[in-house]
Design a protein. Structure first.
Length: 270
């Protein structure tokens, strides 16, 4: 066997060794420089402008001096408008969550506003209108957005299109829902931030998510709905209180800040 033949036979093995050395679980990049030597960023976010958020939820956050991001549907603001004005005055971030909360028509409740029947033009018009109404009611220019149901498409079949580019044009960043991983600050697409569910979890289920993100210096965006003691689609106040106490200890290395604040910081460091 000549030298060329030997090399050809060994080449696949050499490639396997090389790619194993460069496996996704390994990195040679430096830890992301979070402020004040923090090791991980965590953002609390909540969807829909539900009444429980300003009837108890923001009071708990304010008690610990923590600011969260609330993605609101304009029509739902009206029933608790004074509470939402107070939330804005307290420094909480307000984001756009669409005008009508359209999701797939596979959800029967969304059949009259099914994404399968939307066009890109209709979606853009509604997002712009939602911004307008939020501005009129709260005096806020929305710079952040969360995809209703975490779904980013319009149309169906061969005519399906992503509306991520529209969100990227209108907002500084946009968050998903029911995602499986935190965001890598050195790589993340701001138009597709991951959002990890916080509903229905005690702190002992949230802490491992924080600790795992800390190992790689990542950014965990928690996403919830109702804020209360328990129930369907509810982020538990007891869990939030434990999380905020844990984050308040400098030894734990957690930067707890709204989505837009962290995103702006990440963009400035990239």
């Amino acid at each position: 066997m000549n030298l060329a033949t030997s090399f050809r036979n060994l080449f696949p093995i050499i490639c396997l060794v090389f790619f194993a050395m460069k496996s996704p679980g390994q990195t040679t990049s430096k830890p992301f420089p979070w402020p004040e030597g923090k090791q991980v960023a965590v953002s609390l976010s909540f969807d829909d402008a539900r009444a429980s958020q300003v009837n108890g939820g923001t009071a708990l956050l304010d008690k610990y001096g923590v600011k969260a991001t609330f993605y609101v549907v304009p029509g739902l603001l009206k029933g608790q408008l004074e509470g939402w004005k107070k939330a804005v005055a307290s420094g909480h971030e307000i984001g756009n969550h669409s005008l009508n909360h359209p999701c797939s028509g596979n959800f029967v409740w969304s059949r009259s506003k099914a994404l399968e029947e939307y066009t890109l033009g209709k979606m853009e018009e509604e997002l712009v209108e939602a911004n307008k109404q939020i501005k009129e009611m709260l005096g806020v220019d929305c710079k952040v957005f969360a995809y209703p149901c975490g779904q980013t498409f319009v149309g169906r079949g061969e005519d399906t299109q992503s509306y991520v580019p529209i969100a990227a044009k209108l907002f500084d960043n946009s968050r998903g829902w029911m995602d499986e991983a935190p965001n890598d600050p050195s790589y993340v697409d701001f138009a597709q931030l991951t959002g990890v569910e916080s509903d229905g979890k005690d702190f002992d289920k949230i802490l491992p998510l924080i600790e795992q993100a800390k190992k790689s210096g990542q950014w965990l965006v928690l996403a919830g709905h109702e804020m209360g003691e328990g129930g369907d689609q509810t982020t538990r106040l007891a869990m939030l209180e434990e999380l905020m106490k844990y984050a308040a200890d400098p030894a734990n290395g957690i930067w707890l800040a709204p989505v837009g604040t962290v995103a702006d910081y990440v963009a400035s460091k990239r």
